[in-house]
Design a protein around this ligand. Structure first.
Ligand SMILES: [Zn+2]
Length: 167
């Protein structure tokens, strides 16, 4: 939780590591890194509003949906909000995606960071060009070639070669 009173008149930048220990929703999805890197800029605006911009970053271990091996997925989100006190909020503010309405002068930072990390999750977790899936020949040992999808069987070529030799 971040006490907002001190940011209403003066802007500031904060950065640090936030433990993910109590981010249960994030931890349900995979093996989250112990800490998320957070940087925030709070800018005092008129009416006591505070403009909040920042960036959060954390890695999460998931299962690659292509090769089913573990994959480390980097979660990065950049965001911009206006924090408005409930007493000053206008109609529609509550529904606006860019507005955070607070009623007790406190910003629920952990919740915000967790939301942002969840929003940056990929639709499908899988390896990418930097850390590619293992080649099929390493995933399927000899005798398991039936497990490979039809048309993509890397052993088909080997079988053909073998038959040629027997002829
Ligand atoms: Zn993979």
């Amino acid at each position: 939780m971040l006490e907002l009173a001190s940011y209403r008149n003066q802007s500031c930048t904060l950065s640090g590591q936030l433990p993910t220990e109590r981010m249960a929703r994030l931890r349900d999805i995979g093996t989250a890194a112990d800490e998320a890197a957070v940087s925030l800029t709070l800018t005092a605006e008129s009416r006591g509003d505070i403009e909040l911009s920042g960036r959060v970053e954390a890695g999460i271990g998931m299962t690659c949906q292509r090769c089913l091996d573990p994959v480390e997925v980097p979660l990065v989100s950049e965001f911009e909000f206006v924090i408005i006190d409930a007493a000053e909020a206008r109609a529609g503010d509550e529904e606006s995606a860019e507005v955070i309405v607070v009623d007790d002068g406190m910003l629920r930072l952990r919740e915000l960071v967790e939301d942002e990390l969840l929003l940056s999750l990929p639709v499908v977790a899988r390896h990418d060009v930097d850390t590619p899936c293992r080649p099929l020949s390493q995933q399927f040992g000899p005798g398991e070639e039936d497990a490979a999808p039809a048309g993509e069987n890397p052993f088909a070529v080997l079988k053909d070669l073998k038959r040629d030799r027997e002829d």
